[in-house]
Design a binder for this molecule. Sequence first.
Ligand SMILES: NC(=O)N[C@@H](CC(=O)O)C(=O)O
Ligand SMILES: [Zn+2]
Ligand SMILES: [Zn+2]
Length: 427
Amino acid sequence: MSILIKNGRVIDPDTRKDGRYDILIEEDKIVKVDQEIKEEAEEVIDAEGCYVMPGLIDLHVHLRDPGQTYKETVETGAAAAAHGGFTTVLAMPNTKPVTDDRLNIRYVHNKAKAMAPIHVLQAGAITKGQKGKELADIDSMVAEGSPAISEDGRSVMDSLLCKEAMKIAAECGVPVMAHCEDIDLMDGGVANDDEYIRKQGLRGISNAVEDIIAVRDVMLAGETGAHLHLCHCSTYGSVEIVRQAKKHGINVTAEVCPHHFTLTSKDVDAGDANYKMNPPLRTKKDVEALKRGLRDDIMDVIATDHAPHSEEEKRRSFTAAPFGIVGLETAVPLTISELVEKEYLTPMQMAEKMSYNPAKILGLDKGSLAEGKIADVVIIDPNEEYVIDKNTFASKGRNTPFHGRTVRGKVKVTICDGKVVYKDKQI
Ligand SMILES: NC(=O)N[C@@H](CC(=O)O)C(=O)O
Ligand SMILES: [Zn+2]
Ligand SMILES: [Zn+2]
């Protein structure tokens, strides 16, 4: 099989190319990148006016498999990823049972190999059953191919246990992905702790809930030498903590989710639990800090925290509904509309934060369009305007606050291992 991508704007953080090039793919590899390629190919894609980037890599998704497959499966989650331009995703371990041993890791990896159109990697839990009491067998999960550990969904509140985990992760050479939430300080909160939210009769989640654990984990990373990756940063404090940590040479990276840089707590409709996620939508001050943090490369990654839930669960009251929204199929248009068009990010930075940096963090030989690399490629039309329609999602999850929003930036083609795994109807 061969594919020739013609006339696109190739944006490759690895070779630093940003310009008009053709790309020739043969079998599963990029064999040629040149200003004009004359060779014939079985499939020719005209990418005129489009970005051609390395396939996107999402460091933070929930595929709900095993155990909650009514919300999502490896197969539907991977299809949603392909639809969203992602060729690799990292699944979080808050499954049922918790993905806390090598057999559970193997289950997801095998299922993905059998039926996912893209690469699915599984993060191992830090503690057994995510109970926060006893460490999981981190070595054996890493030996099984798990590229990171995480307790996502909660923090390891026992600081000594957390430090032990970081020591082991450092020895194994994998990052610790931290969900920062002081569970005691949560105090039943469901949305940001501010006047607007309180007026709607909802309980608040203060910035300190996140910042306290972010500081603690940065200090533990400093003491252990572990690579700490902060998940779904939502506060201006988190940005400052990451800035300071980097200044002090601590090995920390951080991610921001599209919903956190697009919406504020003022957008929250207390009658619609599709505005409920953890951490919550914050204030304008936080959002501005996140966007500047991304712009200034303090924040390294844009990740979705794709968290599918059923319609029934999200129809519950704001307080009773589970936290989380889907994100795989809205990340590209939100990033282009909110960050690239508004000149917080260059297209090159977008490719860095959605592909190159995530690859580096996981130690993957991806995030590149260099000749000889595996052909994971996404083609995006940055100018196409459309209305987000949750009914077009490949995900089982329809829980998004972005249904009906007009955006720019459409994924046209996703290529994984040299195969077209998603193609927009109009290309
Ligand atoms: N983000 C969320 O609101 N929910 C996530 C858990 C998490 O990412 O912490 C989920 O698993 O549903
Ligand atoms: Zn989390
Ligand atoms: Zn998550």
